[in-house]
Design a protein around this ligand. Structure first.
Ligand code: F0G
Length: 347
């Protein structure tokens, strides 16, 4: 039986391979070949890494199994995080499983409904902050100086250790590293983690090349692209509504070392990718996740990708944000329960 990613990749996770592993059998997510987007993605060989299939519906579970396992084995009794939604859902689930108190700070009114529902049912202490994610994260750091609590945001290094396994799985499935990896960038932990994973496989000669890391930010929340802190970030992709990423320097290092690039996409481009992914590929990913595909579509307009192996990371499940789906696709038909009405609307 599959026992989760710490067990699977224990040789690369020696610092967190304890007796008592807190796991929901996360990881081992679908790696899906794209079949219907060739013409707009530069004729590349495109794959999606569908992280929405993780137990709480996002890639955060990879980092959380590691961070919570470490916290428990260090004797911690409570954990805290700031979150745009997915981290809080994941932290709450793993903390519940481990019997820890979980405190989550979220930007008021800016967290998708499914994510909030998750944190609620998993039993976290939810505190809404009248401010944005960056302000909530500052509060978390200050709180951790005042009382004994473990931060489980991606500034916790064990989060990145867990998340680097996404890169391992991609290489294991492909039998090599991709040429390009497109991914959304918010607080910039995940791009840092993936790059670490690829480099470790390369150093251990599991792969003999490295991908270009291609970061994608939302146009209204693109501090790394613009090289400045964004005071009031705004985007429909609330998961990446971040103006001052904690791992900014590490993300820049990953971009530089991999000879990759970072770009921004508009909310319209994100929503277009969101529709294409669901209606052409049958994959439902939340808006922030679709920034990766939007970034690839934009890049392919000016770059030749034919024959290249490209991976888009789809970081979170579309079900987390039903409001966006209903806003975008609201075209419901209503009939009385009789066959003539049905034939009429179908014709
Ligand atoms: N995609 C989704 C669905 C996310 O939830 C996040 C981050 C990202 C991409 C960006 O990853 O921060 O490592 O660059 N969500 C965090 C949260 C901030 O609180 O759930 P990153």
């Amino acid at each position: 039986m599959y026992k989760g990613l710490i067990e699977r990749y224990k040789d690369y996770l020696k610092d967190i391979y304890f007796q008592n592993i807190i796991t929901l059998n996360e990881g081992n997510t679908p790696f899906i070949r794209s079949s219907n987007l060739k013409d707009i993605t530069g004729n590349c060989n495109l794959y999606f890494k569908y992280e929405g299939a993780n137990p709480t519906g996002s890639f955060k579970d990879r980092g959380m199994t590691a961070a919570i396992t470490k916290a428990v084995n260090d004797g911690s009794k409570s954990v805290i995080c700031a979150s745009t939604g997915n981290t809080s859902a994941s932290a709450a689930a793993y903390a519940a499983r481990a019997g820890l108190r979980c405190i989550v700070l979220i930007p008021e009114g800016k967290v998708a409904m499914g994510k909030l529902a998750q944190a609620l049912v998993y039993g976290a202490d939810i505190i809404q902050v009248k401010g944005n994610f960056d302000e909530a994260l500052n509060l978390v750091k200050e709180a951790a100086e005042r009382f004994p609590v473990t931060i489980v945001n991606s500034i916790n290094p064990y989060r990145l250790e867990g998340q680097k396994t996404g890169a391992f799985e991609i290489c294991d499935d492909l039998g090599k590293a991709p040429d390009y990896q497109f991914m959304p960038v918010g607080n910039a932990g995940n791009i840092t983690a993936y790059w670490k994973g690829y480099k470790e496989y390369w150093e251990n000669k599991v792969i003999d090349s490295l991908p270009k890391m291609m970061g994608v930010q939302a146009a209204g929340a693109a501090p790394i692209v613009e090289g400045r802190v964004i005071k009031n970030p705004e985007t429909i992709a609330t998961a990446i509504r971040i103006g001052n990423p904690a791992s900014w320097d590490k993300a820049n290092a990953a971009l530089k070392e991999s000879q990759g690039a970072i770009d921004k996409v508009t909310d319209d481009e994100i929503l277009e990718a969101y529709r294409l992914l669901s209606s052409k590929e049958g994959i439902f990913a939340e808006p922030a996740s679709c920034a990766s595909l939007a970034g690839l579509i934009k890049y392919a307009k000016n770059h030749d990708l034919s024959g290249k192996t490209v991976v888009c990371i789809l970081t979170g499940n579309g079900l987390k944000d039903p409001d966006t789906a209903m806003d975008v696709e609201m075209d419901l038909k209503y009939i009385s329960p009789n066959i003539d009405d049905l034939m009429n609307v179908l014709s």
